[in-house]
Ligand binder design. Structure first.
Ligand code: NAD
Length: 280
């Protein structure tokens, strides 16, 4: 008999998510029948993150193998879980809930997903002095992953000083004092070996450049997280300067690769998932 797997994504404003296509297509290659259901809190009047307990209980009763969770649920889900992976605990955020034997186990594949995409695109990147612009949800996950990957000095810049201060304190406590909160972006960029961009600037609804393009140099790499569109103003400017670049698709695919493996116990073909994503 064909193995059937039910997965959900709980979040707000997720209608454009490419996760259903990525998971369902990869599953079919493994002979699985997988259905990936969008559970969009914006689609039901009055629905909010406070419905999470009921939604997770329903998923458990309906035999779901798990759910991805996204904005605004990545932190709200924490107290509802029976178990947390080391990575999710360190980040204080969960994007993947595996349901096994009725227990809810929280994981986070955002940071490892970024690292997977980054190392695929820029395998020999110089990790000596890296600027991380943006310390929100994506930036925080990437800060953990970048330090785990071996970034020697991580300079984190965010207009929200409190947020960046908290993130620096968190990661330095875990990985040694390699991160610093930086306010002078130009000075931080002057001798940086790479830039990771993790603010929303460059998205379709927020077009433009997140920093002065004069701060980019041909000898640095640029890793972008924005992926609607894939080819952002920042990537265009960086390529024009001669920088090596990695786009936001790498992280989007990488987090799905990690989640697919956790949900199904099968090892997905990451290159095939990436090729499919890029054809969508
Ligand atoms: P967020 O709102 O949680 O964080 C954004 C952070 O950027 C905030 O802390 C904000 O203060 C900061 N910021 C905004 N403008 C700034 C500026 N000019 N200078 C310095 N800091 C500034 O958002 P998020 O969830 O982290 O998402 C950020 C972007 O990453 C979005 O475009 C999102 O779509 C994208 N994203 C991509 C992936 C992927 O898989 N590729 C995954 C998650 C998020």
């Amino acid at each position: 008999p064909v193995r059937k797997v039910l997965i959900g994504l709980i979040g707000a404003g997720i209608q454009k998510s490419l996760s259903p296509a990525m998971h369902e297509q990869e599953a079919s290659q493994h002979g699985l029948r997988l259905h990936y259901q969008l559970i969009d809190l914006d689609r039901t009047e009055g629905a909010s993150a406070s419905d999470l307990p009921a939604l997770l209980q329903a998923a458990r009763v309906m035999g779901y193998a798990g759910c991805n969770v996204t904005y605004p649920c990545k932190q709200a889900v924490l107290p509802l879980l029976d178990e947390l992976s080391d990575e999710a605990r360190a980040m204080g955020a969960v994007n993947t809930v595996v349901i096994r034997d009725g227990r809810l186990i929280g994981h986070n594949t955002d940071g490892s997903g970024w690292a997977r995409g980054f190392t695929r695109a820029l395998p020999d990147a110089n990790l000596s002095r890296v600027v991380l612009l943006g310390a929100g949800g994506a930036g925080a996950a990437i800060a953990h992953a970048a330090l785990r990957l071996g970034v020697a000095e991580l300079r984190i810049v965010d207009t929200d000083a409190e947020r960046v201060g908290r993130l620096v304190a968190d990661v330095n406590a875990l990985y040694g004092a390699r991160a610093a909160a930086v306010t002078d972006l130009a000075a931080a960029m002057a001798d940086a070996t790479g830039l990771i961009h993790a603010t929303p600037t460059g998205m379709d609804k927020l077009p433009g450049l997140p920093l002065d393009e004069a701060l980019l140099r041909a000898d640095m790499w640029v890793s972008e997280v924005v992926y609607f569109p894939l080819d952002t103003a920042l990537l265009k400017a960086a390529r024009a300067k001669g920088c090596r670049v990695s786009d936001g698709g790498g992280m989007a695919v990488g987090q799905a690769v990690g989640a697919f493996e956790l949900f199904t116990g099968l090892v997905p073909d990451a290159a095939r998932m990436e090729a499919h994503f890029r054809a969508l």
